[in-house]
Design a protein around this ligand. Structure first.
Ligand code: G6P
Length: 610
C-alpha cells in the first residue's frame, strides 16, 4: 500500500527521499509527493503517476533542504490525482502530513472542522488530520503535543509523518496499525514505513508499536505513547536483505498476500459494521440504497477469481437479501443479447478495475439503462470511475498474478451488502448481530489457519507430481472448489477441475482412480451429510481424498486420506475460511514444482485486452 520516508540531518534530503520512494515502489502506488521546509515555509511537490515523474518535476524546480518527508500513495479515499496525492497541509500551510492507513471517522472530523472554519482542498481522509493538528496547535505551542492530541481523536489506522515550518528541526511520526521504523544514523536520522526505504543508509532501527509517537531530530529521537506515557525503545539491527524486506520476509508476493488476509479483511470491514444495530453501513452505496432495495434483479458480472466471488455473492444475496441474482462471465455478457431491465442493478466485480471484458460489460449495462455499481480494489480505476456508485474492497495492491487477498475481501464486502439488505428484508436484529460478530471474528480465524501450515506442506509434498486434481464442493463451497482449482492451474500448471460435488457422477467420476487427488470441501454446513456421500463415491473408486473440514469433525478422518482443519463460521462466510488452505496448497505445490509463483507463464495481472 502507501509508503512513507523521511530524513533529517546534514545532507541534501531530496535525493535521499527520492531514493527511498523508489525503494517503496514495489508496494504499488498511484501518486507520490514530498514536503520540505525552506525559508519560504513548507514546500510541497506532488504528482499523480510514477516517482520518476515526480523526480523530473522536482529537478525542474531545483530545490534542496536538509529535512523532508516523502510518500507514495495507493488511493483509498479520492482519486489518484495531483491534488489527492500526499503530503497534505492545513489552512495556513504551516504543517505538512503524510499518512498510511485509513481514518475511519474522517467524515465526522471533517464536518466538525468545517464548522470551525477549516477549508478542505482534497477528497482524502488524511487532510482531516492536517486540519485537526492545526486546531490542536491553537491550544498547545508544540507540534509533538498537537499531533499527540490529534491522534487521540482519530479512529482507524495510521502511520504518519508530520513537519511544521515553525519547528523545522524535527519530524513527528506515529503508528497504529500501519508500520513505522526509525533509522538511526550519525548526525542524521530517518523514518520509513518499511525498512526497504532506509536500508542503504543504516541498519540500526527502532520499530514503533501501535499507539506510539516519536519526535526525530538530526541528533536523536524520543518516544511516548499517544496518552503521554514515557517509553524506552530498543535499537535493533536489520539482518534481512532488500529483496526479503520487499516481500515482507516471505519468499513470494503471493505468500505475503495470502498472509496479509487477516489485515485485509479488517480493512474491508473497518468502519462498515454497526455492531449494536446488527447491520452494515456502506458509504459508497448510501445514495443508492433505494435503488438496491427496489431492484428487480441483480446481475453480477466479472472474470476469473472475481467471477468466483460473484458466485458466492449470488448464493448469499439470494438466501438472505431475497433478491434474484444472475452471475455472468463479462466476456459472455458483453457479446450476447441479455435482457437488461432499467430496474436491474448490475454489479461489476474487479480487483484491478481495468479488465477489458468487465469494462465492456459495464458499458453495455449502462447503455441499457441499468444502475451500474462497482466492487473494485484499485481506487480511481476505470471501472470505479465509470460506475454509478460502488464500494472499494481496500485489499491494497495485489502483486502476485494469482488473486488471493482480493478474493476474500470481495467476499467480505459482498457479505456486508447482503447483511445490509437482509436486515431491511426481515432479518432480525439478533441475527444481524450474530452475523456482525462472526464477520469480526474472521481475521483471527484466518490467522489461525495461516499458523498451521505443516500439514498443507506435507500434502503438497505427497501430491506435487500428480498431473490432475479434482476439487469438489457444494453450496457455498462450490465456488470455493472452482477457485481452488483455478489457483492450482494458474501457478502450478497442473490440470485441475472444480465441480459441484453431486455433479461429479455426471462425468468426472470416470476420471477417478487410485492416482487421482480429490480435494473435497466438507465443512459442517447444510450440505454436510450430502457431501459425505460424495466422498464415499470417491472412496469407492479409490480416489485420494484431501478433505477441508471443521475442527470438531470427528468422523471425516475415517473417510479421507488427509484432513485439513479449519474453524467454524456461518455457512455463508465459510468460503472466506475454506479458500485459505486451498491457496496455500496451490502455493506449496507450485513451489515444489519450481514454478514462477508470482508471474506464472502466459498470465497477466490485469487483462486489458479482450
Ligand atoms: C486475470 C488475473 C486473475 C483475475 C482476473 C480478473 O486473469 O490473472 O487473477 O482474477 O484477471 O481480474 P480483475 O482485476 O477484473 O478482478
Amino acid at each position: 500500500m502507501c509508503g512513507i520516508v523521511g530524513y533529517i540531518g546534514f545532507k541534501d534530503a531530496i535525493p535521499i527521499l527520492m531514493e527511498g520512494l523508489k525503494r517503496l515502489e514495489y508496494r504499488g502506488y498511484d501518486s507520490a509527493g514530498i514536503a520540505t521546509i525552506s525559508d519560504n515555509g513548507v514546500q510541497i511537490y506532488k504528482k499523480a503517476g510514477k516517482v520518476a515523474e515526480l523526480s523530473k518535476y522536482i529537478e525542474a524546480n531545483g530545490i534542496s533542504s536538509q529535512m523532508g518527508i516523502g510518500h507514495t500513495r495507493w488511493a483509498t479515499h479520492g482519486e489518484p490525482n495531483d491534488v489527492n496525492a500526499h503530503p497534505h497541509t492545513d489552512c495556513t500551510e504551516t504543517i505538512s502530513v503524510i499518512h498510511n492507513g485509513i481514518i475511519e471517522n474522517f467524515s465526522t472530523l471533517k464536518k466538525k472542522l468545517e464548522q470551525n472554519g477549516h477549508i478542505f482542498k482534497t477528497e482524502t481522509d488524511t487532510e482531516s488530520l492536517a486540519h485537526l493538528i492545526e486546531e490542536m496547535l491553537k491550544h498547545t505551542p508544540d507540534l509533538f503535543t498537537a499531533v499527540r492530541l490529534a491522534l487521540n481523536e482519530v479512529e482507524g489506522t495510521y502511520g504518519i509523518a508530520v513537519i511544521s515550518k515553525n519547528e523545522p528541526d524535527k519530524i513527528i511520526t506515529a503508528r497504529k496499525g500501519s508500520p513505522i521504523v526509525i533509522g538511526i544514523g550519525e548526525n542524521e536520522n530517518f523514518i520509513a514505513s518499511d525498512a526497504a526505504a532506509l536500508i542503504s543508509h543504516t541498519r540500526q532501527v527502532v520499530y514503533l508499536e501501535d499507539g506510539e509517537i516519536a519526535c526525530i531530530t538530526k541528533d536523536g529521537f524520543y518516544t511516548k505513547t499517544i496518552f503521554d506515557e514515557e517509553i524506552k525503545k530498543q535499537v535493533e539491527e536489520i539482518t534481512f536483505d532488500l529483496e526479503q524486506i520487499e516481500k515482507g520476509g516471505f519468499d513470494h508476493f503471493m505468500l505475503k498476500e495470502i498472509n496479509e488476509q487477516p489485515e485485509t479483511l479488517r480493512n474491508a470491514l473497518r468502519g462498515r459494521v454497526l455492531t449494536d444495530e446488527g447491520t452494515s453501513k456502506l458509504g459508497g452505496l448510501s445514495e443508492v440504497t433505494d435503488v438496491l432495495m427496489n431492484a428487480r434483479r441483480f446481475i453480477i458480472t466479472a472474470c476469473g477469481t472475481s467471477w468466483h466471488a460473484a458466485l458466492v455473492g449470488k448464493y448469499m444475496l439470494e438466501q438472505y437479501a431475497k433478491i434474484p441474482v444472475d452471475v455472468e462471465y463479462a466476456s459472455e455478457f458483453r457479446y450476447r443479447d441479455p435482457v437488461i431491465y432499467k430496474d436491474d442493478v448490475v454489479f461489476l466485480i474487479s480487483q484491478s478495475g481495468e479488465t477489458a471484458d468487465t469494462l465492456a460489460a459495464l458499458k453495455k449495462a449502462k447503455s441499457a439503462g441499468a444502475h451500474v455499481l462497482g466492487l473494485v480494489n484499485v481506487v480511481g480505476s476505470t471501472i470505479a470511475r465509470e460506475s454509478d456508485a460502488g464500494i472499494y474492497i481496500h485489499a491494497g495492491p495485489e502483486i502476485g498474478v494469482a488473486s488471493t487477498k482480493a478474493f476474500t475481501s470481495q467476499l467480505a464486502v459482498l457479505s456486508l451488502i447482503t447483511l445490509m439488505m437482509a436486515r431491511k428484508r426481515g432479518m432480525s436484529q439478533a441475527d444481524g448481530r450474530q452475523v456482525v460478530r462472526e464477520l469480526l471474528k474472521l481475521p483471527e480465524k484466518v490467522n489461525k489457519i495461516l499458523k498451521d501450515i505443516n500439514q498443507i506442506q506435507q500434502i503438497a509434498d505427497t501430491f506435487y507430481s500428480h498431473g490432475n486434481f479434482l476439487y469438489l464442493g457444494r453450496g457455498y463451497n462450490f465456488p470455493v472448489a472452482l477457485e481452488g482449482a483455478l489457483k492450482l492451474k494458474e501457478i502450478s500448471y497442473i490440470h485441475a477441475e472444480g465441480y459441484p460435488a453431486a455433479e461429479m457422477k455426471h462425468g468426472p467420476i470416470a476420471l477417478i482412480d487410485n492416482e487421482m487427488p480429490v480435494v473435497v470441501i466438507a465443512t459442517k454446513d447444510s450440505t454436510y451429510e450430502k457431501i459425505l456421500s460424495n466422498i464415499q463415491e470417491v472412496r469407492a473408486r479409490r480416489g485420494r481424498i484431501i478433505a477441508i473440514a471443521n475442527e470438531d469433525d470427528d468422523h471425516i478422518h475415517k473417510l479421507a486420506e488427509h484432513v485439513i482443519r479449519i474453524p467454524h463460521t456461518l455457512d455463508f462466510l465459510m468460503p472466506i475460511l475454506s479458500i485459505i488452505p486451498l491457496q496455500l496448497l496451490s502455493y506449496y505445490i507450485a513451489v515444489k514444482r519450481g514454478c514462477d509463483v508470482d508471474q506464472p507463464r502466459n498470465l497477466a495481472k490485469s487483462v486489458t485486452v479482450e
